[in-house]
Design a protein around this ligand. Structure first.
Ligand code: AMP
Length: 300
């Protein structure tokens, strides 16, 4: 039976743990959706997927300081707990929100980190060298607290999903991982809490990311196999936006993250582009079967 009760809010790990172990004893299936809040339809698509698959959905809302470098946007990252709770109230299901303080998750004596090797060294890892260490650490802490059956992540953070899957496999973490499609604004821009930083003019320019990915998918559908040709076109298109600066535009194997020399179904194109001061990421998994799969707002 679906429910539309107000979310239950926990800020302390002990209360959350007690609640979960009681529910698990009653045979309830637990889903976890880790987020940094400032929720949008992208996050809600994960929450809905969890509500469909599980009896209880734990949504964590925590702006995790260890995944931000000192020069990044930790201080100005949007924090909107009241409206996040309202949005979650509109989802059908039993939702528990875990919104701890920084001191709760990282007391001053905290000194243990999770390092995933290999795939963290390229792309996001190159531009944000401490990022995945912070992500893996907080995600493992959440996994240990919630002991969920399934955790839901968005393809939007493609490399992050691979890092989490690797951590789960290497450390034998007993959880299933489900990756959900990227939800986009009607013009194709991937939804992100950071889109709020864009000025009106930058917001218009930001559409070049998704446009360039669709261009690549079209070239592939028309038989283009050469990655250099496609990568050049992708870059050219992105740079038609006046304020765009490319951190990377890479065509890689989805498991090793090594550059591909030939396009094939399943190969992924990963972008990180700064529009003015705002850094945006996006990606597409090339496919033969449907030439253009783009998931727009409020996917069923
Ligand atoms: P964040 O709050 O940005 O850390 O994101 C929390 C989760 O939501 C991550 O698993 C993201 O990949 C996912 N997510 C963020 N944006 C989107 C989107 N546009 N579509 C689908 N999932 C998303």
């Amino acid at each position: 039976m679906s429910q539309q009760n107000a979310p239950i809010l926990f800020t302390g790990p002990d209360d959350l743990r007690q609640y979960i172990s009681r529910e698990k004893r009653m045979g309830k299936r637990i889903g976890l959706v880790p987020t940094m809040g400032a929720l949008h339809e992208g996050h809600l698509s994960l929450v809905r997927a969890s509500c469909e698959a599980c009896d209880i959905t734990v949504v964590s809302i925590f702006v995790n300081p260890t995944q931000f470098a000192p020069n990044e946007d930790f201080a100005k990252y949007p924090r909107t707990l009241a409206s996040d709770l309202e949005l979650l109230h509109s989802c059908n299901g039993t939702i528990v929100v875990f919104a701890p303080s920084v001191e709760t998750m990282y007391p001053s004596c905290f000194n243990t980190f999770v390092e995933v090797g290999g795939i963290t060294e390229r792309l996001e890892g190159e531009y944000r060298p401490t990022h995945f260490r912070g992500v893996a650490t907080i995600v493992l802490k959440l996994f240990l607290l919630v002991q969920q059956d399934v955790a839901f992540f968005g393809q939007k953070d493609f490399q992050q999903c691979a890092v989490i899957k690797k951590m789960v496999s290497d450390l034998n973490v007993p959880t299933q991982i489900t990756v959900c499609p990227i939800i986009r604004e009607p013009d194709g821009l991937a939804m992100s809490s950071r889109n709020k930083y864009l000025s009106q003019e930058e917001r218009k320019q930001a559409v070049v990311l998704s446009e360039s990915l669709l261009l690549a998918q079209k070239m592939f559908s028309h038989g283009e196999k050469d990655t250099d040709t496609v990568c050049r076109k992708v870059r050219e298109h992105i740079l038609t936006a006046r304020d765009a600066k490319i951190d990377y535009a890479a065509i890689v194997d989805p498991e090793t993250f090594e550059d591909c020399t030939e396009l094939a179904s399943g190969v992924v194109i990963l972008l990180a582009v700064r529009i003015g001061a705002t850094r945006l990421i996006d990606n597409i998994i090339l496919n033969y079967s449907h030439s253009l799969i783009f998931c727009h707002k409020k996917c069923p």
